[in-house]
Design a protein around this ligand. Structure first.
Ligand SMILES: [Zn+2]
Length: 65
């Protein structure tokens, strides 16, 4: 299996020394750079977290609004 390892880097100095810093209102992970102290939002949830694929073993919540 291939697994992508997403390495978040500081958008300012490119440092990978980040610390998780809670979540934004939209649920996006926020991080704080330990180098420069800058706080920013990481990439939102990827497609692999899509709710369409979450109904494993059961009936998927198919909504037709
Ligand atoms: Zn930084």
């Amino acid at each position: 299996m291939l697994s992508k390892t997403v390495v978040h880097q500081c958008r300012r100095g490119g440092s990978a020394r980040l610390r998780k810093n809670g979540h934004a209102d939209n649920g996006a992970q926020q991080a704080k750079c330990l180098e420069c102290g800058r706080t920013f939002t990481l990439s939102p949830k990827g497609p692999r977290y899509d709710q369409r694929f979450k109904g494993a073993g059961g009936s998927p919540p198919t909504r037709t609004a």
